[in-house]
Design a protein around this ligand. Sequence first.
Ligand code: FDA
Length: 516
Amino acid sequence: ASLPETDHENFLQCLTLNSDNSTSISKVIYTQNNSSYSSILEFSIENLRFSTSTTPKPLVIVTPLQVSHIQASISCSQRHGMQIRVRSGGHDYEGLSFVSDVPFVVIDLINMSSISVDTKNQTAWVQTGATIGQLYYRIAEKSKTLAFPAGVCPTVGVGGHFSGGGYGFLIRKYGLAADNIVDAQLIDVKGRFLDRNSMGEDLFWAIRGGGGASFGVIIAWKIKLVAVPPTVTVFNVQRTLEQNVTKIILKWQQVADKVHEDLMIRIFLRSVNSSTEQGQRTMRVLFESMFLGGVDQLLPLMQKSLPDLGLVKEDCIEMSWIDSILYFAGFRNGESMDVLLNRTPTTRRFFKAKSDFLKEPIPETALEGIYERFYEEEAEATEMILSPYGGKMSEISESEIPFPHRGNLYQIYHAVYWDEEGNEIAQKHINWIRRLYSFVAPYVSKNPRAAYVNYRDLDIGTNNNKGSYTSFKQASIWGVKYFKSNFNRLVHVKTKVDPDNFFRNEQSIPPLSSWW
Ligand code: FDA
C-alpha cells in the first residue's frame, strides 16, 4: 500500500496545518522513516499473524495527545484519500485496528488513557486508550468493593472491547461491559466532539456492542461500577478422561447457566501428551471459577449443582476481587497489582479463533468427536473455552444494545495457536480450526450461526474493502451473525452518521445509499 510521495507529504503537511498549537501534533506523528515507527506499531500487536514482513503497514501512525490531533487526522485523511484505522489495545483477532490493504493511517490512542473513578456516584470515566487492567487497577486503588464486568486479559483495550460487548467472570451477575456504559465521547466523521446527549440515543446505542470502528473515534466511556463483596472465592481444577470428565461436562451443560448468578464456572478443553501411553494424546479439562462470596457458601452450592466435580475446600482460594483479576491473568505468586499497569502483551502468539453460541447441550458423541480432533497433529496448542450465560444475560432484551446473544446456555471460544512464521504452517492450523468449526456446526446456533464480534473472524464474511461500496446484502452475510436483527438498525445509524462510509474496514457496518 503506497501513495504517491506527494499525497503522502500533503497529508503530513495537512496534519500540521490543521492542528491547534497547544501541543504540536508533529511530536506524535510517526512515518516509516522514523526510528520509533516499528516499535510503536509492534507494541500492542497481540496476534503475530499480523506482525510479519508481508503485513501491510500504515504510512503514518498518529498517537494523539488531545482531541484536536484526532480531528486533524480525520479531516486530513478524508482530504488526502487515506483510510483510518483506530487502535486502542490492539487485540483485534484479525488485526483490523492496524492493518489495511489500502493506504492508511493508524490513530493509536495509547496516550489517551486517563481514568477517573468516582466512588461516591459509583461511576468512572475511562479514555479509550486505557487497558482493562489499568481500569481495574484504578478502581481497586479506591475501593475494594467496587468492580467492573469486563474481560479477563488485562492488556485488552477498552476501546475495542467495550464497543464489541466485553465479558468476564461477572457476566452472569452484571452482564457485559457494554451493558454498563452510561455515557461516551466520540469524534464523528465531521470532526465534531459529541457526548451521549449530542450524539443522540441511536448512535449511543450503536457504539455499545456494534463495534466502534464503523461510527467514529470513541474517546472515552462513562461506566457504571458494580458492587462486589470484599471476599470472592476462586478455583481452578483439572480433570482427566480417567476421572470421568465427559460426565462432568455433560452435567455442567445442564446447570452452568442456571446456578446462582454469583457463581460463574467456565471450562477449558485442551489436549496434552498422555503420560501413560507414549505417542498418544489425551484431554485435560480445566474448570475455572469465581464465586462472589466465601468458600463456606460456595461448597454447598457446588455440592448441589455439580457434585461430580468433587470440589473440596483445598481447591478454593478466598481473595479480593482485584486479586482474582491477577489470579485469572496468571499472576499467582502474590504479585502486586502494579502488574496491571504494564500493557506489554504477555501472550503474543500466532493464532486463529472463532466463536459459537449454544441453546442446547451438546451430546456425548459430539464431545468425543471434539476430542478426536484435539488429538490431531495440528492441534498441539488448541483450546475451547465454554463460558456460561444465564443470570443477568437472560434478563436483558436482544435489542437493548447491538450485542444480541442473550438467551444462550453458553458461548464457545475456539482457538488454535502456533509459534512459527510462514504461510504453510499458518494454513495448516487455520484449516484445522475450520474443520473443527464444521464438525461442531450441527450442535451450535443456526440461522444464523451466531458469532461474537469481539472474537473477530473474517471467515464468516467480509465487505469489499478496496472500494467503499459494499451492498447491504453482502454485509448482511457476516452482519446478522454478529448482530442478528440489530444489524438493520446499525445500518440505519451508519447511514445517518457516516453516509459516505469514511470509517470502514473488512467488517464495518455499511451505509445504505440511494444508488447502491
Ligand atoms: P483493537 O485496538 O485491536 O480494536 C478492536 C476493534 O475496535 C478495531 O476494529 C478497532 O478499530 C476498533 N476500535 C478500537 N478502539 C476504538 C475507538 N476508540 N474508537 C473506535 N473504534 C475503536 N473479549 C472478551 O469479551 N472477554 C475476554 O476475556 C477477552 N479476552 C481476550 C484475551 C486476549 C489475549 C485477546 C487477544 C482478546 C480477548 N478478548 C476478550 C477479545 C477482545 O474483547 C477484542 O479483541 C477487543 O476488540 C479488543 O479490543 P482492543 O481495543 O484491545 O483492540
